[in-house]
Design a binder for this molecule. Structure first.
Ligand code: AMP
Ligand code: MG
Length: 322
């Protein structure tokens, strides 16, 4: 069912169904967070590793307090950034919430009127991003419909995501503030509000189950470069490399796409952005379009220093890692 009716979708959720809905970050695939069987269905639909917990979406702060321990720092952050693209990992107070067997739960209040209306009618919704596990997150309704039609019970037709990037995830459950995932909210904004440095997790130390899985990867191979080479330069480089390695006489030229701030030439699949914010917002759609066009070689320009650079770097590194 593809509908604008939050009432219809809330009743699907209450009956154990799975729905896809937009938030201000990306599209989510949701189940009622108090229905374990429904939450488990999300794992099979997305092919999500079973130990990777889901973010639970709430309509307001008082609902979070019913289910979780909200520390003084959590209160400050909720007051400043909620509703909005900040997820907090808190200690769980109630066993009724699905948490993948953990004593903590990741919570967020989306800054998206229709999504919040849906949650207020259904109750807390556990929802990871609506994309096959490991692939870039979806930011457009046409793409989620194409991927998930026939696999879920309903789609909410509402305002498209504005950030087009996942939420920033902070762990507050260990008595300190640590950044588990960079995202729509820049780390510096959180540090400014709290007046302390936020600890960024060491990559060797896995606190968040999602950290150990491959993410955001398109089918083509990603190259990150300071300056974007011309199409011709890329073609000759990869043509020579593949011929050399495979000792082949195959003269096929790879399909190429680029994203970045400056290009000396422009081809159909290229995306020019003007600043980091636009880069962050365009990245997933660009990678998905690359897959649709069977692009084999993808060149991404390094982000500029400053706001959102950490998040773009994080996604580019993960998307390019084998
Ligand atoms: P997504 O899959 O896009 O919804 O991202 C959710 C992220 O939050 C994943 O990286 C999860 O591993 C992480 N996460 C969710 N719940 C917890 C939790 N209780 N503790 C630590 N990380 C969590
Ligand atoms: Mg995801």
């Amino acid at each position: 069912m593809f509908t604008e009716s939050v009432e219809k979708l809330a009743s699907i959720l209450k009956n154990g169904g799975i729905v896809i809905f937009p938030t201000e970050t990306v599209y989510g695939i949701g189940a009622l967070a108090t229905n374990t069987d429904a939450c488990l269905k999300i794992y099979s639909i997305k092919n999500r590793p079973s130990d990777n917990p889901l973010i639970v979406h709430f309509a307001d702060k008082s609902e979070i307090e019913k289910y979780c321990e909200v520390s003084a720092i959590a209160k400050v952050l909720l007051d400043e950034f909620s509703p909005g693209p900040l997820t907090l990992v808190l200690k769980k107070k109630s066993d009724s919430l699905f948490s993948c067997g953990l004593s903590t739960v990741a919570v967020r209040i989306p800054d998206h009127a229709e999504a919040r209306k849906l949650i207020s009618l259904s109750g807390p919704i556990a929802a990871p991003s609506a994309n096959p596990s490991g692939k870039p997150s979806y930011t457009k309704m046409e793409d989620v419909l194409e991927e998930f039609s026939g696999k879920v019970d309903g789609f909410l037709k509402a305002t498209e995501p504005s950030y087009s990037m996942e939420s920033t995830v902070l762990d507050l459950s260990q008595g300190k503030v640590s950044l588990l995932r960079t995202g729509s909210i820049d780390r510096r904004m959180i540090e400014t509000r709290l007046g302390i440095q936020v600890k960024v997790h060491e990559s060797s130390e896995i606190i968040s189950p999602g950290m150990k899985y491959r993410h955001y990867a398109p089918n083509g191979k990603i190259f990150i470069s300071k300056i974007l080479p011309s199409v011709q330069a890329i073609q000759s480089k990869h043509y020579i490399v593949s011929n050399h390695l495979e000792n082949s006489m195959d003269k096929s030229i790879p399909k190429i796409a680029r994203i970045g701030f400056t290009m000396s030439d422009i081809s159909n699949f290229d995306k020019i952005v003007f600043h980091n914010l636009e880069y962050m917002k365009s990245l997933y759609k660009f990678l998905l379009d690359c897959d649709k066009a069977n692009i084999e070689i993808i060149y991404c320009q390094e982000p500029k220093d400053g706001e959102h650079a950490d998040t773009i770097w994080d996604r580019l590194r993960k998307a390019s890692s084998a």
